[in-house]
Design a protein around this ligand. Structure first.
Ligand SMILES: Cc1cc2nc3c(=O)[nH]c(=O)nc-3n(C[C@H](O)[C@H](O)[C@H](O)COP(=O)(O)O)c2cc1C
Length: 318
């Protein structure tokens, strides 16, 4: 039974056994593994959409497309990527792993699709696009947005609603009150950046976190100053670091210590200061959004989320 199954997924087996290919190097294997993953995803997704077009229910369609995608990946990886010799033990182990993956993926699919549909999403969009992010000009870091969230979110929601796609608002959201305001504009979720820079789990330099904790919305500026290796890309940072970089001498402002040695960091470089950076930290890109006033110091991520959730679910004023 297993042999006939393996034969089904591996029609070239006999040729392989009599003519083993030379082992490929690691780089080639990584590239082939990646290409195989892409092709398998195309097979899985393409077949899913095709089967649903023929009127098949999404449960059976997803099951069939998963099996087709998985067998494609197995056959290609064994024959082409790793050029492995046939092994019954490995085949059984791989199929067990795929069975677990199938359970997780199919289960999630069966749970999420009815939920997406209940929100009015069309089947095509609910199986294709998860959400779009509407980034307002208030955001920290690199900013594509040019409008404030108050204008941007309703406009994006109007278009996205027609396609049945959720909208995630980002930019200047620091408190539960900000979250509520974004949801009131029509967003389905929010994305928060700057506040998570000041967490225990973040690698931000301590001085960067101290500067964030002392800052308010008015202390941020939208600039193109930190442009080395990424020109013409507007970004919002603390105004203090733009001034400090202007005062710094040309050449490297800092160094980052890595396993391979010490790397100099150019003045006006895009890299923010991390725990491994030393030098003129104040003159480095300290990305910060207009919600920075909510940062009071470094906290664990769990505490930050608990704080936001308590205020949101409890309805406390912020
Ligand atoms: C430290 C930091 C680095 C960021 N880097 C990028 C980036 O490289 N590319 C990008 O498109 N956005 C970047 N962003 C923007 C975020 O994707 C997100 O839109 C933003 O953080 C949301 O606004 P908020 O920081 O006010 O919460 C960065 C933000 C921060 C805080």
């Amino acid at each position: 039974m297993l042999d006939s199954l393996r034969g089904a997924v591996d029609p070239l087996e006999s040729r392989h056994e009599s003519d083993p290919a030379a082992p490929t190097d690691l780089k080639t294997q990584i590239i082939r593994f990646f290409l195989t993953g892409v092709l398998s995803a195309v097979v899985d997704y393409g077949l899913l959409q095709l089967l649903m077009l023929t009127g098949m229910g999404y449960g059976p369609a997803k099951a069939l497309s998963f099996v087709a995608g998985t067998l494609t990946a197995y056959a290609l990886n064994r024959r082409w990527t790793f050029q492995a010799e046939p092994s019954r033990a490995r085949f059984i182990a791989t199929m067990c792993l795929y069975a677990v993956m199938f359970g997780v993926q199919w289960g999630l699919f069966m749970l999420l699709v009815p939920w997406f549909e209940s929100m009015g999403w069309t089947m095509f969009w609910s199986t294709t696009v998860g959400y779009v992010i509407a980034q307002g000009v208030e955001a920290g870091g690199h900013v594509r947005g040019t409008l404030p969230l108050t204008e941007l979110v309703p406009a994006v929601v109007e278009v996205a609603d027609r396609a049945g796609v959720a909208v995630v608002a980002a930019g200047g959201i620091g408190t539960a009150a900000d979250v509520r305001a974004a949801l009131a504009l029509g967003a389905h979720a929010v994305r928060i950046g700057t506040r998570f820079v000041a967490t225990d789990e973040s690698d931000a330099h301590e001085r960067y976190v101290e500067r964030l904790a002392a800052a308010d919305a008015d202390d941020t500026v939208l600039t193109e100053a930190f442009e080395v290796s990424w020109p013409n890309a507007p970004h919002r940072v603390l105004a203090s670091c733009v001034a400090a970089a202007a005062d710094a001498a040309p050449g490297p402002v800092a160094y980052v210590d890595e396993a391979t040695g010490s790397t100099p960091l150019d003045r006006y470089g895009t890299r923010p200061p991390t725990r491994w950076t030393r030098g003129d930290i104040d003159a480095m890109a300290m990305y910060a959004g207009q919600g920075v006033g909510a940062v009071r110091g470094r906290v664990p991520v769990a505490a930050l989320i608990a704080e936001l959730m308590a205020e949101l679910v409890g309805g406390a004023a912020t």
